[in-house]
Design a protein around this ligand. Sequence first.
Ligand SMILES: Nc1ncnc2c1ncn2[C@@H]1O[C@H](COP(=O)(O)OP(=O)(O)OP(=O)(O)O)[C@@H](O)[C@H]1O
Ligand SMILES: [Mg+2]
Length: 232
Amino acid sequence: MVATKRIKTYIRGLDEHLQGGIPLGHTVLIAGKPGTMKSSVAYNVLYHNAKEENKSGVYVTLEQSRDSVVDSMAGLGMELDGIDERLSVLDLSMIRKKLKQLSKQSWIEVFKMYVNNLKGSMDVDLLVLDSLPVLQVMAKFEDPRDDLFRFFEWLRELGITSFLIAEMDQDGNKFCAHGEDFLSDGIMHLDLRRDDRVVNLFLSIVKMRKTAHKRGYFPLIFDEGGFEVVTH
Ligand SMILES: Nc1ncnc2c1ncn2[C@@H]1O[C@H](COP(=O)(O)OP(=O)(O)OP(=O)(O)O)[C@@H](O)[C@H]1O
Ligand SMILES: [Mg+2]
């Protein structure tokens, strides 16, 4: 049997529990409530893969500006300087403005055109979409289930390993609204839990196709050494 090629998450302690990382070409949801470090965890994968593995990544932000993303990630020690040829941060919220000039094309068609053009001009190994619910609002999906099915198929056909950020409601337990959890190949769940006055962040691999992984919620720590999960 040929071993599955994998993308490292560069979260210490996690890759060993994923048989080395996330299978190449997977579409993975990163789900969590507000402020659970979804964007930081996704950026961390692109950042370290650009730096250590020479892999190219595109981080598409739809609600936070490019400057805000780049600045907050630099604040976490992930500076763009020196790797900006392999890590592009794109604010595509402006497609909305461009659309007005682009006749009848739908938002999602324009989005796909951007990604296809990027793929033509550079190798894109990894893609982050921050966030999937915002894409759904912007794209005005008529039949979300069917449209999302097609969108996931399109991502798979591109052969890019993608991370889609799913925003969970503060008071709900659903990862997403339209069955994206079934469509995706993997789900990482970030969860803040309160123990009296102490709030800790936990990470769980809810699913990861083609991978034997531990279930359970592991403390996720961020310090000067980056992200680490405690699995013992
Ligand atoms: N150095 C740090 N160490 C630990 N946690 C931090 C540090 N810096 C920021 N944070 C936490 O990370 C949060 C922001 O992370 P991030 O933007 O990745 O979260 P998010 O889940 O994407 O948020 P949102 O729901 O707003 O999109 C901050 O609100 C803060 O609580
Ligand atoms: Mg975010």
